[in-house]
Design a protein around this ligand. Structure first.
Ligand code: PSV
Ligand code: MN
Length: 401
């Protein structure tokens, strides 16, 4: 593809620049902390051990990429004192130049949630879960954050041990009550996942359930698509197209996987899938497009956390830029005339275009480091945090917090 392309006549570089200008992707606080698998955790000398360190790392990612001005917070891990921690978080925001992003309530760690949180047969436990959701809504309001992002880990491990149907009504009640508490600028995102930690049934297992629950809760509730939360072979871009069509897509948790919910860096296994998702978004005229919260939800257990996060943000930008290169007018003509091979070649052509020089040029115009990963290395940031945090991280690693 040359510098200028047909169809809309818009210059490819201009299209890519406009796409990159509009693209922001949120980093997760937990992506900077020590994480692992259910078999164990491997500590990294530079892993963040406090909320301040998480903000410092997020600030550095934003300095390097210019694309991540917000950091997702997990309430129990980042605000163990709930609203009592808001003032400190506001100071961190100022100090490190990144704002609080989505607020993630935690309904999966307390012992009382062994048999569920908002779907627990006990009305008292469901009440406690609702209270935590309402606290999370207030935290979001105080921090000026837009989204309260709900992942409900509830489910059961053995057939016949729980009433799937009763749990639906319990869930609907709590989600409606949470929706009622949202402020004017707040939204509630409903995330789905077919398995894990429950292995027989999960209460919000797929996008249909999430969609129905979001619609039932109210207009400020939207669906969140975590790319790792699908059975293998699921056509995620088709789900995205449907949610856009219905104006119900709220956001994404990006990560990649080969088998399960592996939380690997974006595009490390299947970059074409992310390209296809971005293509659906860029082709859509849905009002939902403006409201999409792009977020990373990953835990980097083996790779350096800072390096992996830079890779993730940069890869997301590259794939978004590639999707922006698709000549959609021309593609529509080819689709209409069922010119399959030309349509596919046009589509693949955009995917295979090396957009890295364009990204470099875009960074230059924004006075950003031209090579974020190389700049991270040259800056000595990883050595610095490893020295500062090494002793703390040498102690046993027990939680994500
Ligand atoms: C669950 O697998 C999930 O995707 C949810 O979004 C959680 O908030 C996040 O991972 C961190 O555990
Ligand atoms: Mn997620």
């Amino acid at each position: 593809m040359g510098n200028c392309c047909g169809g809309s006549g818009a210059c490819a570089t201009e299209r890519v620049f406009a796409a990159l200008d509009s693209f922001r992707i949120e980093v997760p606080s937990w992506g900077f902390a020590n994480t692992g698998t259910r078999f164990g955790k491997f500590s990294q000398a530079g892993a963040a051990t406090t909320i301040e360190e998480k903000f410092a790392d997020a600030g550095e990612i934003n300095r390097l990429t210019g694309a991540s001005p917000t950091v997702a917070l997990h309430v129990l891990w980042d605000l163990p004192n709930g609203k009592g921690d808001v003032a400190e978080i506001k100071q961190m925001e100022k100090k490190y130049g990144v704002k609080s992003g989505s607020i993630n309530p935690n309904l999966f760690q307390a012992q009382e949630y062994k048999y569920g949180s908002i779907c627990n047969p006990s009305a008292e436990i469901r009440g406690n879960a609702l209270a935590h959701l309402l606290d999370s809504v207030e935290i979001g309001q105080e921090l000026g954050s837009k989204d309260v992002s709900l992942w409900i880990a509830d489910g059961s491990n053995y057939p016949g041990t729980q009433s799937i149907s009763k749990r639906i009504s319990w869930m609907q009640e709590v989600l409606s009550a949470t929706h009622a508490a949202l402020g004017v600028n707040q939204r509630m995102l409903v995330e789905y996942k077919p398995f894990e930690p429950a292995f027989y049934h999960t209460d919000i297992a797929d996008w249909g359930m999430a969609l129905e629950l979001a619609r039932g809760a109210g207009p400020k509730a939207k669906v969140l698509v975590d790319t790792g939360h699908h059975l293998l072979g699921t056509n995620i871009e088709q789900i995205v197209a449907w949610l856009l069509n219905l104006n119900q897509l709220g956001g994404f948790h990006f990560n990649d996987r080969k088998y399960s919910d592996d939380d690997l860096t974006i595009g490390s296994i299947d970059p074409y899938q992310v390209f296809r998702i971005f293509h659906e978004i860029l082709s859509s005229s849905s009002p939902a497009v403006q409201g999409i919260a792009y977020m990373i939800d990953q835990s980097h257990n083996l790779k350096g956390k800072m390096e992996a996060m830079v890779q993730s943000v940069v890869t997301a930008q590259e794939l978004f830029a590639k999707a922006a290169l698709v000549d959609r007018e021309k593609l529509a003509e080819l689709q209409q005339s069922c010119n399959l091979v030309e349509a596919e070649e046009l589509f693949r052509g955009a995917f295979w275009t090396d957009v890295r020089p364009m990204l470099k040029a875009w960074r230059e115009t924004h006075k950003l480091p031209l090579e974020p990963l190389a700049e991270l290395k040259a800056s000595g940031y990883v050595e610095k945090i490893s020295n500062e945090r090494g002793a703390k991280n040498a102690k046993s690693v027990t939680s994500y917090a």
